[in-house]
Design a protein around this ligand. Structure first.
Ligand SMILES: [Ca+2]
Ligand SMILES: [Ca+2]
Length: 197
């Protein structure tokens, strides 16, 4: 049964699911329901960091502009710009067996793109934040069986924040654990690029 995590909640992936190899980290959100309002273009990214809390090379930052990590372990499904439709809108796949041994944590961030597309340039001054985004969640599932292992709904209001560290995978002995972080900040994706590179 899937575990519903609260902020700070943790679980051991492989203890509960022996043989688990590839997980999907799915991000979902609902489109803007304001008539004429700007699209919420949320972006899921992964920072694969070593013991110094930095990525060892550019290839360990996976986002819409780099869809495969240098070790081949993390792959992005690509950029969804609207959040429309049922189910996950963006997904990061993680092959736990292929993660570079020097990587100690994989931090999953979700950020709101300031400039969703050219047609919306006139809306650039709008202050988009997670307080406006409905039904935002992250979930982890077994790619092979599609069984959901864990889900974390973003319940915080985050009325100023446009960037959230949703969760992290970290090594625990020979397995991986996941922690629901729910830590918001401002500055969108650039903030994390500055922090982790
Ligand atoms: Ca996107
Ligand atoms: Ca959606």
């Amino acid at each position: 049964m899937a575990i519903n995590l609260q902020k700070g909640g943790r679980f051991n992936l492989q203890k509960e699911n022996p043989g688990l190899e590839v997980i999907g980290v799915g991000l979902g959100w609902d489109p803007n329901d304001q008539p004429g309002g700007p699209a919420f273009d949320l972006d899921a990214s992964a920072f694969m960091i070593g013991s110094n809390y930095r990525i060892p090379a550019d290839g360990y930052f996976v986002f819409y502009g780099n869809q495969l990590s240098a070790d081949g372990a993390v792959q992005s499904s690509g950029d969804d710009q609207t959040g429309g439709g049922e189910g996950d809108d963006e997904t990061l796949f993680v092959d736990l067996t292929r993660v570079n041994p020097g990587i100690e944590q994989i931090i999953f961030t979700v950020t709101i793109c300031k400039y969703p597309n050219d047609a919306q340039k006139d809306k650039r001054t709008l202050n988009l934040n997670f307080g406006q985004v409905e039904n935002c969640y992250i979930r982890i599932y077994d790619q092979k069986t599609e069984v959901e292992l864990s889900r974390y709904n973003l319940n915080e209001s985050f009325t100023n924040e446009d960037a959230v560290e949703f969760g992290r995978l970290y090594r625990s002995g020979n397995s991986w654990e996941f922690e629901a972080m729910g830590r918001g900040t401002t500055g969108s994706l650039n903030t994390y690029v500055e922090t982790y590179t």
